[in-house]
Design a protein around this ligand. Structure first.
Ligand code: SAH
Ligand code: SF4
Length: 437
């Protein structure tokens, strides 16, 4: 979500005549788009902000801007104002569309501005975007979150759910495919409630409107589009209709990211996730029945307050049962203003770390075992660029439909194309292969 917001701000800066400069020491303007979902993102922000002081001292015309989720929290704004007075512009997640105007005031009037809105207004369409890739694109379908999982800051920094009109999304996807985009990832904190959740300013499907599955069916018909992905999907709202779409929609990739967070019912309840372990396992069963080779990935939090060794074993056991293709594992970190901040039974740091390491080791082993099953198969691979792996000199990197990274020899001209690759080796974190002629 943040990456895509950054693409929008880059588009706005482009329209103002700015060009991208990787080295911040050489730049006229720096914009830090912050994430506040976990503690280490917070820490990195303040570290980077400190480094801007020297640039400002050397070049008084330099403009320092900060935005994103962290700015939606008053205690962060206060800290920026008092400890980092070289910051020129502070804005939030709800007024990104105002960035060009705010910047004009900062540059033209030499003003310092703090402008953060508490809630999102109507969705603003048609903002310029400078996309990172030519062949794949992120497409927002909704903003905000209504779920209030007790550990999570997102509902406080991104506001309530608002869905974009389906026509706007379909128009954007058609425009993208006209420029050569082959793969889209539909973005929302909970895409499964697209068009359903009620809100004043956004899209309200009501009777006869489009829900998320309908949107997938509609996008499946867009000419030139080859792959549809989405994230994230909350298990409590995953419908049978969406599971059916995996059977019916040829462009919907055979992959789903379905964050479970914990395998313990007691912990899930305290997290306010609104499903049980059994509900989740039933979904996995249905998905695998509809799409036998579907790649399933997840998010897991270790060390949520009150998590006992037994609860943690339930998570380990769930991982064993589901056998995830891969998982993002996170050590629980306290977020200011969330209900779990006040839970008194916080888990000691060393216990969290020890559990985290055990979980990660098992997840990686399973990933490697699943990757081995790809050996001697032929996979359709969207070529993304030159391989970043150390031994990858002269290799291309791409992704299978199941989103696995494949390194294989090939010509750089293939970037952006989908090519058949014979998999020769399934490793823990990626696959190796040779292109089929
Ligand atoms: N809307 C998405 C998640 C967005 S946040 C969903 O519900 O799936 C991405 C992930 O960060 C979450 O799935 C969760 O695993 C993790 N996360 C969120 N808050 C956290 C916290 N306080 N500590 C550790 N991990 C957290
Ligand atoms: Fe956070 Fe839960 Fe909303 Fe995801 S669904 S963004 S984890 S509150």
């Amino acid at each position: 979500m943040n990456e895509h917001d950054s693409e929008t701000m880059a588009g706005m800066l482009n329209e103002k005549g700015f060009a991208a400069e990787i080295d911040k020491e050489q730049a006229d303007l720096v914009i830090i788009n912050t994430c506040s979902v976990r503690d280490n993102a917070d820490k990195r922000f303040f570290g980077t902000l400190g480094q801007l002081k020297k640039i400002k001292e050397r070049n008084p015309g330099f403009v320092a801007c900060v935005c994103g989720c962290m700015m939606q929290q008053q205690h962060v704004i206060d800290e920026v104002k008092t400890k980092y007075p070289w910051v020129d512009l502070v804005f939030g997640t709800h007024n990104i569309h105002e960035f060009p105007r705010l910047l004009d005031n900062v540059i033209g009037e030499r003003q310092k501005i703090v402008d953060v809105w508490q809630e999102g207004g109507a969705i603003v369409e048609g903002l310029p975007v400078k996309r990172l890739y030519d062949y794949k694109a992120l497409v927002n379908i909704m903003y905000g979150c209504n779920n209030f999982c007790t550990y999570c800051i997102v509902p406080y920094t991104r506001g309530r759910e608002r869905s974009r009109q389906p026509e706007e999304i379909i128009r954007e996807v058609k425009e993208l495919t006209a420029t050569g985009v082959k793969e889209i990832t539909l973005l929302g904190q909970n895409v499964n409630s697209y068009g359903i959740s009620h809100h004043e300013e956004g899209y309200w499907a009501g009777e006869g409107g489009m829900d998320f599955a309908d949107l997938i069916y509609a996008l499946n018909d867009v000419e030139g589009l080859e792959r549809i992905r989405f994230m994230t999907s909350h298990p409590k709202d995953l419908s049978d209709k969406l599971i059916q779409a995996f059977k019916d929609c040829s462009k919907l990739c055979n992959a789903i990211h379905l964050p479970v967070q914990s395998g313990s019912d007691r912990v899930l309840k305290r997290m306010n996730r609104k499903y049980t372990r059994a509900d989740y396992l039933t979904l996995i069963e249905k998905l695998r029945l509809a799409a036998p080779h579907i790649a399933i990935t997840t998010d897991l939090i270790v060390g949520f307050p009150g998590e006992t060794e037994e609860d943690f074993q339930d998570t380990m056991d769930l991982v064993e049962q589901v056998r995830y293709d891969s998982a993002f594992t996170f050590i629980y970190s306290i977020r200011k203003g969330t209900p779990a901040e006040d839970y008194e039974d916080q888990v000691p740091e060393e216990v969290k770390h020890q559990r985290f390491n055990r979980l990660l080791e098992r997840i990686n082993q399973i990933s490697g075992e699943i990757n081995q099953t790809y050996e001697h198969t032929i996979q359709q691979v969207l070529v993304e660029g030159i391989s970043k792996s150390k031994k990858g000199e002269g290799l291309l990197a791409g992704r299978t439909e199941s989103a696995k990274l494949v390194n294989f020899p090939g010509d750089q001209e293939l970037v952006g194309q989908i090519v058949p690759v014979h998999i020769t080796e399934g490793k823990q974190f990626n696959l190796k292969g040779i292109m089929e002629s």
